[in-house]
Write a protein that binds this ligand. Structure first.
Ligand SMILES: [Zn+2]
Ligand SMILES: [Zn+2]
Length: 278
């Protein structure tokens, strides 16, 4: 059996334009997944767009003077949809959840949301970086336009350490290798060993808190990162497709399971639980 997919988006995430909680649950049943967590985006960082950058029609109302302001999370709508999916798919364990972007920058609204939400899976993420001139923020991938790729990754990992040190109310660190998704195809390939010290720093900080490292399959997590996680004292991992549409649910899980097993992690007695070190 595939492990639980602990990081999935539906129509309740503002950037999941093809998302559907209903059809994702149906897909989970088809795949024989034991559980799925709908960890919708809670974003509070506004992004300065690049000159001439286009956004989908659906996001036009979020734009003001070249800045994209993420909408607030519709907790009531999300909850009632989750309840109706639980009724419709009683054999599937459907967990509530949230993916918090840069929660250490937004402690106040994040605290209110977590208090109201009572989420079963709380993921913490870094998706944003300061703009080159420091006047605002941008999606991390935009920094490849004006910064050497290695610097983008190093800045990302340093921000991730600050997140772990400054914010405690989460369970799973999402996509430690997020910038790798956008690594420029021209030029030197991405090589995780170039960032060993920086990865280890993040992993050591995370292990000290007893939290969980995510194995996000949007790009396969390099096995060496999981080996470092184990060496730095990491105890548990969480599998995550980060699907934004039903077809992407649990994508890449078979390969990720193999990598996790050779890296010294295994499923415990409870198939719904995080995998632990063996
Ligand atoms: Zn994310
Ligand atoms: Zn996500």
């Amino acid at each position: 059996m595939l492990p639980p997919d602990n990081h999935v988006h539906s129509q309740w995430s503002w950037d999941a334009l093809a998302g559907s909680m209903e059809r994702t649950c149906l897909r989970a049943v088809e795949l024989g997944l034991s559980s799925v967590a709908f960890t919708e985006h809670a974003d509070f960082t506004a992004w300065t767009l690049r000159p001439g950058e286009k956004v989908p029609e659906e996001w036009r109302s979020l734009l003001a003077e070249g800045v994209l302001n993420p909408p607030s999370f519709d907790l009531d709508g999300y909850r009632s949809c989750l309840e109706s999916c639980r009724e419709r798919y009683p054999g599937l364990r459907i967990l509530s959840g949230v993916e918090l972007s840069e929660p250490h920058w937004h402690a106040f609204p994040v605290g209110i949301l977590l208090g109201a939400g009572g989420f079963e899976r709380v993921l913490a993420s870094v998706h944003s970086a300061p703009t080159a001139d420091g006047s605002g923020f941008t999606e991390v991938s935009a920094r490849y336009d004006d910064q050497p790729p290695a610097d983008v990754v190093r800045a990302y990992l340093a921000e991730t350490v600050r997140l772990i040190e400054q914010f405690d109310a989460f369970e799973v660190l999402a996509h430690i290798d997020y910038p790798v998704r956008y690594w420029p195809a021209d030029g030197k390939p991405y090589y995780p060993y170039d960032f060993e010290e920086e990865y280890r720093h993040v992993l050591r900080s995370l292990a000290a808190t007893g939290k969980v490292l995510e194995v996000n399959t949007r790009v396969p997590l390099h096995p060496q990162v999981l080996a470092w996680w184990r060496q730095e004292g990491g105890q548990a991992i969480s599998f995550a497709s980060d699907a934004h549409d039903p077809a992407a649910l649990a994508r890449g899980f078979r390969d990720a399971v193999q990598v996790a097993e050779v890296s010294g992690f295994r499923q415990g007695r409870d198939p719904h639980a995080f995998w632990r070190r063996s």
